[in-house]
Ligand binder design. Structure first.
Ligand code: ZN
Length: 147
């Protein structure tokens, strides 16, 4: 059993929360398929746990993670998920090798980025904002690069 799966089944809110973010950030198909086959067990194990969360309910992260496990096969690319969540930090995505920061403009407010997905080349404008915590709004750029 993978660490992520055992964390999701652990009934330990802290481990479950960290595993949720691991799933949200991953492009590891092997991990996602393992979780996919265990999805009914995960749903059962997580249904009645109080996950808490100070700013955003931690259950939202879990729900997003499980939705990814269930639907990622239908995604065009991993970057389909960027506009759906305000939690993709461009610097972190670049560190993971998932996106490239083409430019960063922080003269004035808000800070904006131009980023490209390393898998499909789709470019995004990313607006950084702050409301209790930093967030990033990813918008695909209208002019698609030719592939
Ligand atoms: Zn992509």
């Amino acid at each position: 059993m993978t660490d992520t799966l055992s964390a999701l089944l652990s009934r330990d809110p802290d481990r479950m929360w960290r595993a949720s973010w691991e799933v949200i950030g991953t492009r590891d198909i092997e991990m996602l398929e393992t979780l996919r086959s265990a999805l009914p067990d995960i749903r059962r194990a997580t249904a009645d746990i109080e996950l808490g969360g100070m700013i955003r309910p931690n259950r939202d992260a879990l729900a997003h993670a499980l939705d990814k496990v269930q639907t990622y096969r239908t995604w065009r690319c991993w970057c389909d998920d960027y506009p759906r969540l305000l939690a993709y930090n461009p610097a972190r995505e670049e560190e993971r090798g998932h996106a490239t920061i083409l430019s960063r403009v922080d003269s004035g407010w808000p800070t904006t980025y131009e980023c490209a997905c390393t898998a499909c080349g789709t470019q995004f404008s990313v607006e950084e904002g702050e409301h209790h915590a930093l967030w990033w709004k990813w918008t695909p750029r209208a002019s698609r690069s030719t592939r």
